[in-house]
Design a protein. Structure first.
Length: 114
């Protein structure tokens, strides 16, 4: 009987542990990054590798579990992942500005142009 209770308690502890792990995974912050890329247009043949490189880099960081940083206001370590917004600027300044404004409106903390 003692063995049954031990197995039961270990099972209950495992359920609470796994529930805590899944809740912790939901608390990962999202840092919004806007990628204003030239996928079409006059210079696309030379900017495509950099454009795809940016996407691959941020995807790789997210696939590794994100990144950690120390918040300067509360001095605590936080975990975050990137949320990537991207748009084609077509080698047009007007489209680039529109893209960047849209990224900022959607909460982007960083915008990159390639």
């Amino acid at each position: 009987m003692k063995k049954i209770w031990t197995v039961f308690l270990i099972g209950i502890a495992a359920v609470f542990f796994l529930a805590g792990v899944s809740l912790a995974a939901d608390n990962v912050e999202k840092v919004v990054v806007g990628l204003n890329m030239e996928l079409t247009g006059a210079g696309a043949s030379s900017t495509l590798p950099a454009s795809y490189g940016y996407q691959d880099y941020y995807r790789y960081i997210n696939d590794q579990g994100g990144f950690t940083y120390i918040d300067p206001t509360d001095k605590k370590v936080h975990k975050a992942k990137y949320k990537i917004l991207w748009a084609d600027n077509g080698f047009s300044v007007a489209r680039s500005l529109t893209n960047v404004k849209r990224f900022i409106d959607q909460g982007a903390k960083l915008t990159l142009t390639a």
